[in-house]
Design a binder for this molecule. Structure first.
Ligand code: HEC
Length: 463
């Protein structure tokens, strides 16, 4: 876009004026929308669809489309093309937040053009539909299968249900009281892989004092009663808080070990503090004993249960078939949902590094990587609100076997990540617009099962 000299001068003046009058108040809050409206919208259009400058929401980039390319253009400008340089007026954090905002607007535009599938959907090599299996009175959080094949599921408000073959719910009485507020409640349910043991594990937000904290118990079911409860993990009462967010709470068994996650509980800096349970993935023996080879078992200043740290709110955990490696899905802030391979003792960086910004559009940091901190195998900007994950192991969708099914809340998506070893090869949208997907489980009948709001579905291919 060649501009004559006269125009270039006028634009430079305009940019300088805009900046002088608005910079103070806008930068003080540093909200991405406000920054965009004040500094960019006059040329790129209020909705980013272009004006004097090109559209920033159609994924067509003259100067390159990686995050680094966009940061460079915004910092240095294109003086001859009429794009001012912003490096003197905007901080690295501000520019990072603007890049995230451009990714969000691009995503919104692409989604607006995609119709919501209602019946059968074709994606990733199959045509399939959702078949309703069971329904609860209120929102479910997680499900598993009892040894006899019946579905067991947690209702977030505190009820544990077992569904008979016709999908009729029966409540299991005597389960622990839960702190049912915000994101808290009765959370995951998981049967011990040794069916003969009869153990069922639950995670929930345990009420104590004025607040709550993630707790793990196990018990057995006799008739419709919860009996023989044992505490597997609970935190020191001084770590309980009345914050209603980020309980984490996914569990997965590996041989005799139990991995489970606790989110940062809304206190992000604690994810880096090894003396606190927040923002960690923990590992115990299935009976609650601390394994001697846990990475910080001999560190006096660390909690011995910690397996990895620097997590925000991991709501998905899964073991990779073949390698046995632990993977997690981490609910990021605004932008920056992550899929990680979880290694012993490793630091996943939250909140020192992240691909996201705060929900109100203010920046968190401009750093997406640092030495000594792990990079995700995959991430989403904008966020899909990633929840449960599971490697598909059934035989109804043969080409999906050993690849990762990923659920999302806010974007109401089911995605398939094709994975080879430690590499994510592709990310395909399978379903969208059917509701918030809270759990993704392998059925004993080879179908993938989904928990969406208060309903259990299975995904059935059309032959
Ligand atoms: C005075 C008008 C003006 C303002 C203000 C302005 N831009 Fe631009 N911008 C342009 C023009 C014109 C171009 C195209 C330059 C070219 O093609 O050589 C451009 C290009 C860009 C590009 C590169 C697009 C591509 O295709 O690679 C990005 C990214 C961008 N602007 C972001 C921003 C952001 C973010 C802001 C606010 C902080 C902003 N611009 C403010 C006029 C402006």
């Amino acid at each position: 876009m060649a501009l004559n000299f006269q125009w270039q001068k006028r634009l430079a003046r305009l940019a300088a004026l805009t900046f002088a009058s608005l910079a103070g108040q806008v930068l003080a809050s540093g909200n991405a929308e406000q920054m965009y409206n004040s500094f960019c919208a006059s040329c790129h259009g209020p909705d980013m669809s272009g004006g004097l400058g090109p559209a920033l929401n159609n994924n067509k980039w003259k100067y390159g489309g990686t995050d680094e390319d966009l940061v460079r253009v915004i910092k240095k400008g294109v003086p001859k093309g009429g794009m001012p340089a912003w490096e003197k007026s905007l901080s690295d954090e501000n520019i990072r937040a603007l890049v995230i905002l451009m990714r969000e607007r691009t995503y919104q535009k692409s989604i607006a053009a995609t119709p919501t599938p209602k019946d059968a959907v074709t994606a990733a090599g199959y045509t399939f539909s959702l078949e309703k299996v069971a329904e609860a009175p209120d929102e479910l959080w997680a499900m598993d299968f009892l040894a006899d094949g019946r579905v067991i599921a947690t209702q977030k408000s505190g009820q544990l249900w077992v569904f008979d073959k016709d999908g009729k719910p029966q409540q299991i009485t005597g389960t622990p009281a839960v702190w049912s507020k915000g994101q808290g409640g009765l959370l995951q349910v998981q049967r011990h892989p040794d069916a003969a043991s009869g153990w069922i594990y639950l995670t929930f937000s345990d009420p104590a004092g004025k607040g709550a904290m993630t707790k793990v118990v196990r018990g057995r079911i006799e008739g419709n009663r919860w009996v023989g409860e044992q505490t597997i993990y609970s935190s020191d009462p001084k770590f309980y808080t009345d914050g209603g967010v980020h309980f984490g709470s996914r569990m997965v068994f590996q041989d005799d070990y139990l991995f489970f996650s606790i989110g940062d509980r809304g206190q992000q800096d604690l994810a880096q503090d090894l003396s606190r349970p927040n923002g960690k993935i923990h590992r115990l023996h299935a009976d609650g004993r601390v394994p001697e080879d846990n990475p910080f078992a001999k560190d006096k200043n660390a909690l011995p249960t910690i397996w990895s740290y620097g997590h925000r709110n991991p709501q998905g955990l899964a073991l990779q078939p073949g390698t046995g490696t632990l993977w997690d899905a981490e609910h990021g802030p605004r932008g920056g949902d992550e899929i990680n391979r979880v290694n012993k003792g490793a630091n996943y960086g939250w909140p020192v590094i992240t691909y996201g910004m705060n929900y109100n559009g203010t920046p968190i940091t401009s750093h997406t990587a640092k030495p000594g901190m792990e990079q995700p195998q995959h991430y989403w900007v904008p966020s899909i609100a990633v929840s449960a994950i599971n490697f598909y192991t059934g035989d109804r969708f043969p080409s999906w076997r050993n690849h990762l099914l990923v659920g999302s809340l806010a974007k109401e998506q089911l995605r398939l990540l094709r994975i080879d070893g430690d590499k994510v090869l592709s990310d395909t949208l399978l379903l969208q617009g059917h509701g918030r997907i809270r759990d993704v489980v392998n059925g004993p009948d080879g179908y993938p099962y989904l928990v969406i709001a208060g309903v259990v579905y299975r995904l059935v291919p059309k032959s």
